[in-house]
Design a protein around this ligand. Structure first.
Ligand code: UDP
Ligand code: MG
Length: 162
């Protein structure tokens, strides 16, 4: 495999599932030409989230983040493609919807800012997660997926784009 072809972990958070925008978001990922090689609906647990958000566990927002992430099922995915980690981060947009470009997934489907959520005493919801770095991607894929849950297949367009 080319060193530029990467796998990254993506999660459609409980608000995306409840709002019924999972199909739209998956279409946007597929439209890039990247390949979904793992896909399942999962209920997050404290154990999974403490591993997944290891760097945030001691931060003041963690309790609310864990409550948000356990608020319903998530759709967990592994996305493969050329520079998949950076490409998925570009596609999802900045963490705070206030900063996210309107063409990104967070920019299209949310307008809440972290400041407003804090002021209103609400959980901050931002639709989607994607790993930020290649090392983080490998770690997160292993947390959420078993190797045998990942599929090996060729896309119809693969000869043209990779
Ligand atoms: N988050 C939050 N308040 C904050 C920072 C982060 O609620 O002040 C939540 C938010 O859902 C974010 C997640 O914690 O997506 C992880 O934060 P990170 O800084 O890693 O952002 P991401 O990688 O998701 O863009
Ligand atoms: Mg992050």
């Amino acid at each position: 495999m080319s060193e530029y072809v990467e796998r990254t972990f993506v999660a459609l958070k409980p608000d995306a599932v409840k709002r019924g925008i999972v199909g739209d978001i998956i279409s946007q990922i597929e439209n890039t030409g990247m390949k979904i090689v793992g896909l399942k609906m999962v209920q997050a647990t404290d154990q999974l989230l403490e591993q997944h958000y290891e760097e945030h566990v001691d931060k003041p927002f963690y309790e609310g983040l864990a409550e948000y992430m356990k608020d319903g099922p998530i759709v967990a995915m592994v996305v493969e493609g050329v520079h998949a980690v950076d490409n998925m981060r570009k596609l999802i947009g900045d963490t705070d919807a206030r900063e996210a470009h309107p063409a990104t997934i967070r920019g299209q489907y949310s307008h809440m800012s972290m400041d407003h959520a804090d002021e209103a005493g609400r959980l901050y919801r931002n639709i989607i997660h994607a790993s930020a770095e290649k090392d983080e991607a490998e770690k997160e894929v292993n947390i959420w997926f078993e190797e045998e849950e990942l599929q090996d297949f060729e896309q119809a367009h693969e000869q043209e784009v990779r």
